[in-house]
Design a protein around this ligand. Structure first.
Ligand SMILES: O=C(O)[C@@H](O)C(=O)COP(=O)(O)O
Ligand SMILES: [Zn+2]
Length: 211
């Protein structure tokens, strides 16, 4: 895909997330890997109103080389994209239900959302590590995210929200949406006793569809 096509896809998917309430105000940020660097949403920009020409560009050393000033979360995106060479994009949201779980879960938990549906397992995987709270933009979060992202496709930042990777931007967005829906379902079923997928069923899903 050309850089121009990647910029246009970022604008379209950002708008789609915003229009459906997965992101409000100027919350959230997105990065996309390119052959010669990275695209990143500008800081304080609304995902609903991105301008393809003003999206930030960083070079392969993560230096800002074009467009508006990048998100304050460059460290967060760098942590994931360097930990996961196969990942082509990272989506960070404050989507309501996933963020609610990020406020309820204990740091260190690896399954803060029960494995209830196949699609959650297929899109997000076996683990969703909960990482300690850091002030947004704090470079101190990088090492922990990097370590967790080596084996997890998505992480939850305590009291903040999800960070989700995917092979492509489309994949990362779909996984972030699925995570939000799984979090909603988990909260809806709290205090009840839903059947969870067994380890054998999870193995079967990951063996068949990967994650
Ligand atoms: O929570 C925050 O402040 C950031 O993680 C965020 O979501 C938006 O920050 P910018 O990407 O710098 O606008
Ligand atoms: Zn944030």
């Amino acid at each position: 895909m050309s850089e121009q096509a990647a910029r246009e896809e970022l604008v379209a998917l950002g708008a789609s997330l915003f229009q459906r309430g997965f992101s409000v105000g100027s919350a959230g940020n997105i990065s996309v890997r390119l052959p010669d660097g990275y695209l990143m949403t500008p800081t304080n920009s609304s995902l609903g109103r991105l301008d393809a020409a003003r999206i930030s560009k960083l070079d392969l050393e993560w230096r800002h080389v074009g467009g508006d000033k990048p998100s304050k979360e460059v460290f967060m995106h760098r942590a994931v994209l360097t930990a996961r060479p196969d990942a082509g994009a990272v989506v960070h949201l404050h989507s309501t239900h996933a963020t609610a779980i990020a406020c309820l879960a204990a740091v260190g938990e690896t399954r803060p959302i029960p494995m209830l549906t196949p699609y959650f397992v297929m899109r997000v995987g076996r683990e969703l590590p909960v990482l300690p709270y850091h002030r947004p933009g704090d470079p101190a979060m990088e090492a922990g995210i990097h370590e967790a992202a080596r084996s997890a496709r998505a992480v939850l930042l305590a009291n903040h929200g999800p960070v989700v990777s995917g092979k492509t931007l489309n994949d990362a967005v779909a996984a972030a949406e699925e995570l939000e829906e799984a979090a909603r379902l988990a909260l809806l079923l709290r205090g009840q006793n839903p059947r969870e997928l067994t380890e054998a069923e999870i193995d079967d899903l990951l063996g068949t569809f990967g994650a």
